[in-house]
Write a protein that binds this ligand. Structure first.
Ligand code: SF4
Length: 97
């Protein structure tokens, strides 16, 4: 049996994204994020799209989103004020090869 093992970053790199530049499918209210002590988004996003800025602010870019919804579920303070699937034809296309 010939099994090709691909590491997760390489596998994620195979995905294709059609980014909707006009209408982000995820929006944050960063004034709410500022008050969040736990900031679970920093650790739960499998695409590592949430990052901490130099002044402790949340930095986020929806490009590269895998549409898993984990951030929406884990955001207890409701700093994510909009989470929708991208409009038709936009978003991720999962690839395995
Ligand atoms: S939906 Fe998933 S991949 Fe997209 S930003 Fe949230 S946690 Fe990250």
């Amino acid at each position: 049996m010939n099994i090709k093992v691909v590491d997760p970053p390489e596998l994620l790199g195979l995905n294709k994204f059609n980014i909707d530049e006009e209408e982000p499918h995820i929006l944050l209210d960063k004034t709410i994020c500022e008050t969040c002590k736990e900031k679970p988004c920093l650790v739960v996003c499998p695409a590592v799209l949430y990052k901490l800025g130099k002044n402790g602010e949340i930095m986020f870019d929806y490009a590269g989103c895998l549409e898993c919804g984990t951030c929406r579920l884990m955001c207890k303070n409701k700093g994510i004020i909009k989470w929708e699937y991208p409009r038709g034809t936009f978003g991720v296309s999962f690839r395995s090869s």
